[in-house]
Write a protein that binds this ligand. Structure first.
Ligand code: SF4
Length: 342
């Protein structure tokens, strides 16, 4: 069992407090001091008596914190943090500034096992799942460094739904009114398409926005680009998306990485439009971001605009995402690229 108090929900903290003979309400102070006051040691939770703080510490309870090993800032304002975890593993987290929105792209795993061909994270050795505390702490650390984070997207290193329990728990922690209090509609979980987990998420108490990394309009191409598609083909994936929508009444975002000559033809745009017809959704077109060890190139502005207008003509709301953070390899699909290159 984890002894990290940062990794606990308010309910779990209550049980810990009561087990140690304390009053239930003290748990709220612990949660608040960790997630709002940025306490890094139990001794800093001053509403608790000295004796109770000593008791917690003596039992092995502690508060983990990420260490900033490096921070790079792009001229467009994007900042990439390299965090070191308690066990020496490293992850990257990206702060995106878009007009007045401050969005944090958090990692959920050290590396990723999903093997998407266009993604740098897939090239680094898989380490482990992050805990809920480590996921939430990326928000704590960047907020302490730069100010209030309004939106969180689970699109960094790792497949969020492959670390299901910790991801759902972290959503609850970040959403809690006594903590960071980030609205659930301001948090997006992106998945490569783990169908049973999408269905399970629909049954949770917290319903983040769902983004699906689609990237191809046909099973043969998608399976080539994203091996998960062999297990959960597009038809099953879209059924799960419809199920999530029916339960949550939310629009779903489909991400589509534009790769030159592979998935960006007018025929493929028409196929994609047909596939998504009738779904309450929008499509984000993201030009493939280059990185070492990846042979693909981006589609280029002209082809992306053509693809966009074909989707728009078919009635599908489409947004072309800017290439934020490219120069510091903080853009989509580039996380971990610096390690992959070594
Ligand atoms: S795109 Fe996402 S799911 Fe695919 S390998 Fe990269 S991090 Fe993993």
């Amino acid at each position: 069992m984890s002894m990290d108090l940062k990794d606990k929900t308010p309910g779990e903290l209550e049980r810990i407090v009561v087990d140690l003979g304390g009053r239930k309400y003290l748990a709220a102070y612990i949660f608040q001091f960790i997630h709002v006051e940025d306490a890094v040691e139990v001794s800093q939770i001053t509403p608790l008596s000295k004796a109770f703080r000593w008791q917690l510490t003596a039992r092995g309870y502690h508060i983990s914190s990420l260490t900033v090993a490096d921070k790079l800032t792009d001229k467009d304002g994007t900042a990439k943090y390299l965090f070191e975890l308690g066990d020496g593993n490293r992850i990257e987290t990206v702060l995106l500034l878009d007009d007045k929105r401050r969005t944090l792209c958090v990692s959920t795993q050290v590396g990723c096992t999903m093997g998407c061909l266009f993604c740098a994270t897939a090239k680094i050795p898989f380490g482990r799942n992050l805990t809920a505390g480590e996921i939430a702490d990326q928000v704590n650390a960047v907020q302490a460094d730069t100010g209030r984070i309004g939106n969180v997207v689970y699109m960094g290193m790792g497949e969020p739904l492959a670390n299901y329990a910790a991801v759902v728990k972290s959503l609850g922690i970040l959403n809690h009114p006594k903590g960071k209090n980030i609205g659930i509609r301001h948090m997006t979980v992106s998945t490569c398409g783990i169908v049973p987990a999408i269905r399970k998420l629909a049954g949770e108490n917290v319903h983040p926005r769902l983004a699906v990394s689609l990237n191809a309009p046909s099973d043969d191409l998608r399976t080539r680009l994203m091996p998960i598609n062999a297990k959960y083909p597009i038809a099953d994936l879209l059924k799960a998306v419809r199920f999530y929508q029916a339960k949550t009444r939310q629009r779903v975002t489909f991400e589509y990485v534009m790769i030159k000559g592979l998935n960006d033809s007018t025929t493929q745009a028409a196929l994609l439009a047909k596939l998504l017809k009738g779904l309450a959704c929008n499509v984000n077109l993201i030009e493939h971001n280059p990185h070492p060890r990846c042979k693909y190139a981006g589609s280029g502005a002209e082809r992306i605009r053509t693809f966009e207008s074909l989707l728009e003509d078919a009635g599908i709301e489409t947004v072309v995402r800017f290439k934020m953070g490219r120069s510091i390899r903080a853009a989509c699909g580039q996380l971990g690229a610096d390690w992959a290159a070594t």
